[in-house]
Design a protein around this ligand. Structure first.
Ligand code: C2E
Ligand code: MG
Ligand code: MG
Ligand code: MG
Length: 285
């Protein structure tokens, strides 16, 4: 009875919270249906080689076209899918489609295809007991060359020992490249990096063009590159929006960068149009 009373009080005192919970429940139900109804699609954002401005790869970014709400941002639905566990199925869909696309580009463009297709993997997905087998199965079924793939993980996956960290070791032993995404936003430290089993570090855009891109941000960005060089880790600067930022990164020694300056996330067709336009020609930087 006491419990029931508490429930009544909740409704009485906080209708806004109740509405938020309803809204979340609705979105969750829609998410579950969205996979079957084919409402997801991938966009691809170029990652460029700074010295030449040539594309060095693309990152696959998930989008949800909701029938009534329109485009829903991944920052909204990915956390929901992580909490409900749907991320495992959704993440498999992403892997499957990005690998199929990478294989297609490989066949069609050969050496001119994006050298790497980067795929985001959530910590929960990575910790699934059969994750490494799922990746291997998708790679052999789609026929993509594993050297053309990169998996982006977040620091929650590499911070603590556990199934996620184990999976990263196994993936790398199997010849897959792993990138640590959004570096600098969480609790990761340079000492973590020393033991970090990753090939690539993606320096978060908050240091490059975001709120922290002030003097302190610039100092961090400029010094991280020496650190990654020393550890034989490749660095990618995220969120490059201006020529000035690109220039500073290049001066600091960055070779790889991603951001609106070089290209927004775009459809596979738009990536292909760019590949067709530059095929067989030398891109001047
Ligand atoms: P992320 O992996 O760090 O991806 C980069 C995000 O930064 C993308 O946002 C991209 O559109 C945005 N971005 C790129 N360049 C710039 C720039 O110059 N300025 C600004 N302001 N933003 C830039 P998006 O596509 O909204 O994705 C947000 C996050 O959602 C991703 O961050 C990633 O954590 C997550 N996400 C996206 N797709 C997937 C997926 O397939 N699986 C999982 N697990 N997470 C995903
Ligand atoms: Mg990413
Ligand atoms: Mg990132
Ligand atoms: Mg991010």
């Amino acid at each position: 009875a006491a419990k029931g009373l508490g429930g009544d009080r909740w409704h009485w005192f906080d209708p806004a919270m109740d509405e938020m919970a309803r809204e979340t429940a609705r979105l969750n139900a829609d998410l579950r249906r969205a996979l079957a109804d084919d409402e997801f699609f991938l966009l691809y954002q170029p990652i460029v080689d700074l010295p030449s401005h040539r594309p060095a790869g693309v990152e696959a970014l998930l989008r949800w076209r909701h029938p009534e709400r329109g485009l829903v941002a991944p920052d909204v639905f990915i956390p929901l899918a992580e909490r409900s566990g749907l991320i495992v199925e959704l993440g498999r869909w992403v892997l499957e489609n990005a690998c199929r696309q990478a294989a297609e580009w490989q066949t069609r463009y050969g050496g001119n295809a994006p050298a790497k297709v980067s795929i985001n993997v959530s910590a929960r997905q990575l910790a699934e007991p059969d994750f490494v087998e799922t990746v291997d199965e998708i790679i052999s079924r789609t026929g993509v060359d594993r050297s053309r793939l990169m998996l982006e993980v977040t620091e929650t996956a590499v911070l603590a020992p556990g199934p996620g960290l184990e999976a990263i070791h196994r993936l790398r032993a199997n010849g897959l490249r792993v990138a640590l995404d959004d570096f600098g936003t969480g609790q990761s430290s340079l000492s973590l990096l020393l033991n970090c089993p990753v090939d690539v570090l993606k320096v978060d855009r908050s240091f490059v063009s975001g709120n922290a891109a002030d003097h302190a941000g610039a100092v961090i960005v400029e010094n991280l590159i020496g650190f990654t060089n020393g550890l034989h880790i490749e660095a990618i600067a995220e969120g490059v929006e201006t020529r000035e930022q690109a220039g500073r990164l290049f001066q600091a020694g960055y070779r790889l960068a991603q951001g609106y300056l070089f290209g927004r996330p775009m459809s596979a067709e738009d990536i292909e149009a760019q590949l067709d336009a530059t095929a067989g020609t030398i891109v001047m930087s």
